[in-house]
Design a protein around this ligand. Structure first.
Ligand SMILES: Cc1cc2nc3c(=O)[nH]c(=O)nc-3n(C[C@H](O)[C@H](O)[C@H](O)COP(=O)(O)OP(=O)(O)OC[C@H]3O[C@@H](n4cnc5c(N)ncnc54)[C@H](O)[C@@H]3O)c2cc1C
Length: 431
C-alpha cells in the first residue's frame, strides 16, 4: 500500500459510494476500503449469509440487527424502496438535500413498479388497506422494471438479475474513472497529525496496515463509523443511535396461492402514520429461512408449512437516539416504551388489513423485533458540523450516522444525498 492517494473512503455502502464517485469525477485520487468481500455470488440464503454481520444479528435485548458486510454494504440486501429526505433534516440543520434527491430520482429512474410487477399478495393487501380507508399506495423503487421479473421476490437475497440498484453500480463507475477498491480491509482508526486526518490504520488480509492520504471520508455505516471515530478519540460518537425497529405481522388465506415471499418486497405501503404516530407500514415478508427462525422463536410451528403462502406486513418505527456503541462495536440499547407502543399500534392495523385480505384469525402471528437501519450515531451538530467534518480536521462522515434525529423510514436515498453533499463540501473546502 505505498501508492499516493488524496482521499480514503471507508465503507462501500450508498454513502461511501456516492461520495467516492463524486470525488473521482472531480479528478481526485481516491481509494475505497471495504471490510467485507467483493463476491458476486448472490440470489440465495447461502450466498448472502456470509455477507452479513452475524455478531449483531443475534437478539440484542432491543432487536435483531441486520446489516451487510460486503461491497455495497446493506444495499446488496435492501428491499429497494426509496424515500426522499425527511423535512426535519433541513429544518434542524439548514442542509437542503432535496436537489440531490431530484438528481438521483432522475438518474436512477426511481418510481413505483409497473402493474405487471405488482405481485398477487402485494395487490391483495393494497386493496384491503384501501378498503379500510388507509392511504396505501405503490412505493417508489430503485428497481429497473426492464430487468425485474414477477414472482421472484429475491431482492433481499441479492438481486441476481441486476434489476435492483445497489451501490456496487456507483463503485464500478468510480473504478472506471480510476478509483481503487480494496476489500477485506477493516479500518480501525484515523491517523492524525496536528489535529488533521493523515490516513487510516487497521487490519487487511495480510495483517495490520497503514495507509496515508490528506482526507478521510468515513462511510462505514451507522454502526461502523462511530467505532472508528471512538478509537480515534472522538468520544461523542456512539453516544446514542437509532435502529428503526420493525416487526412482521403474518396471516394466511385458505388455499395454496403464492404468498408475500414471491412479491417484490415493499411494493406498496402507507406513510400516513409516520408524522404523528411514528411508524410506516408496507407489504413484506422475511425470506423463508428468517421466517422459519421467527416461527421457532414465537412457538408458531403450526405455521411452518405456510411460509411460501403467507401474507406479511412490516411495521417500521421511529426510534429515539439512545443507547451506546463502544469502541469494540458492542451495542447497548433498550426497546424504548414509545417504540413498543408504535410497534403494537402498527401490528393492530396490520392484523386488520390481513383479515380484510382474507387471512384467518387463527393464522395471525407477529415476528420478534428486528432492525435494519442503524444511524444517528455521529449526528450533525454534535459529532459533525454542517460540512459533515468531525473534530479531526479533514475527516468527514458520509453515511446514515450523521442523521440528527429519529427517522423510521427507508434511508438509502437520503444516504446517497448525504454522500453527494459531503463530497461537495470536501471539494468546496479543498486547499
Ligand atoms: C434487509 C434490509 C432491507 C432494507 N431495505 C431498505 C429499503 O428498501 N430502502 C432503504 O432505503 N433502506 C433499506 N435498508 C437500509 C439500508 O440498506 C441501509 O440503511 C443503507 O445501506 C445504509 O447505508 P450506509 O452507507 O450508511 O451503510 P452500509 O450500507 O451499512 O455500508 C457500510 C459499509 O461499511 C463497511 N464497513 C463497516 N465497518 C468498516 C470498517 N471498520 N472498515 C471498512 N469497512 C467497514 C461495511 O462492510 C459496509 O459495506 C434495508 C436494510 C436491510 C438490512
Amino acid at each position: 500500500m505505498n501508492k499516493e492517494y488524496e482521499v480514503i473512503v471507508v465503507g462501500s455502502g450508498p454513502g461511501g459510494a456516492s461520495a467516492a464517485r463524486e470525488l473521482v469525477k472531480a479528478g481526485k485520487k481516491v481509494v475505497m476500503l471495504e471490510w467485507g468481500t467483493d463476491s458476486d455470488w448472490v440470489g440465495s440464503h447461502f450466498a448472502v449469509l456470509p455477507k452479513m454481520d452475524l455478531k449483531n444479528s443475534l437478539p440484542l435485548g432491543h432487536a435483531m440487527m441486520i446489516r451487510g458486510i460486503t461491497t455495497g454494504g446493506s444495499s446488496l440486501i435492501y428491499c429497494g424502496t426509496a424515500t426522499r429526505p425527511a423535512a426535519f433534516i433541513k429544518e434542524q440543520t439548514g442542509i437542503d438535500l432535496a436537489p440531490y434527491a431530484d438528481e438521483f430520482e432522475e438518474e436512477l429512474g426511481i418510481r413505483p413498479l409497473p402493474e405487471k410487477l405488482v405481485g398477487d399478495g402485494a395487490r391483495r393487501m393494497l386493496e384491503a388497506a384501501q378498503a379500510l380507508g388507509m392511504d396505501w399506495q405503490l412505493l417508489p423503487k430503485f428497481i429497473n422494471p426492464e430487468k425485474c421479473v414477477r414472482d421472484c421476490g429475491e431482492c433481499m437475497l441479492g438481486c441476481k438479475r441486476g434489476a435492483k440498484w445497489t451501490s456496487r453500480e456507483f463503485i464500478k463507475q468510480a473504478q472506471q474513472m480510476g478509483m481503487e477498491l480494496l476489500t477485506r480491509v477493516k479500518v480501525e482508526e484515523v491517523i492524525q497529525e496536528n489535529g488533521k486526518a493523515a490516513g487510516v490504520k487497521g487490519m487487511g488480509p495480510q495483517g495490520p496496515f497503514t495507509l496515508r492520504a490528506g482526507r478521510v471520508v468515513l462511510a462505514a455505516g451507522g454502526l461502523g463509523t462511530p467505532v472508528i471515530l471512538k478509537r480515534s478519540g472522538v468520544e461523542k460518537a456512539g453516544q446514542g443511535f437509532f435502529t428503526d425497529p420493525l416487526i412482521f405481522t403474518y396471516g394466511m388465506r385458505p388455499g395454496q396461492e403464492k404468498g408475500s415471499i414471491y412479491d417484490v418486497p415493499m411494493t406498496a405501503g402507507t406513510w400516513q402514520y409516520w408524522e404523528k404516530e411514528g411508524y410506516v407500514m408496507t407489504d413484506l415478508a422475511e425470506p423463508w429461512m428468517l421466517q422459519l427462525a421467527s416461527l421457532g422463536m414465537k412457538g408458531r410451528l403450526d405455521q411452518v408449512a405456510n411460509v411460501a403462502h403467507i401474507l406479511g406486513i412490516m411495521t417500521k418505527v421511529k426510534d429515539p437516539i439512545s443507547g451506546t456503541i463502544d469502541a469494540n462495536g458492542n451495542l447497548k440499547k433498550a426497546l424504548e416504551p414509545e417504540v413498543k407502543k408504535r410497534l403494537e399500534s402498527g401490528d393492530g392495523h396490520a392484523r386488520e388489513i390481513l383479515l380484510k385480505a382474507g387471512a384467518t384469525k387463527s393464522s395471525l402471528w407477529t415476528s420478534p423485533v428486528k432492525a435494519a437501519h442503524p444511524g444517528g450515531s455521529a449526528p450533525i451538530g454534535k459529532v459533525v458540523d454542517k460540512n459533515l467534518e468531525t473534530q479531526i480536521k479533514r475527516c468527514y462522515v458520509a453515511d446514515a450516522s450523521v442523521i440528527p434525529d429519529e427517522l423510521g423510514t427507508p434511508v438509502v436515498l437520503l444516504t446517497l444525498c448525504l454522500g453527494k453533499y459531503a463530497a461537495s463540501r470536501i471539494l468546496a473546502n479543498w486547499n
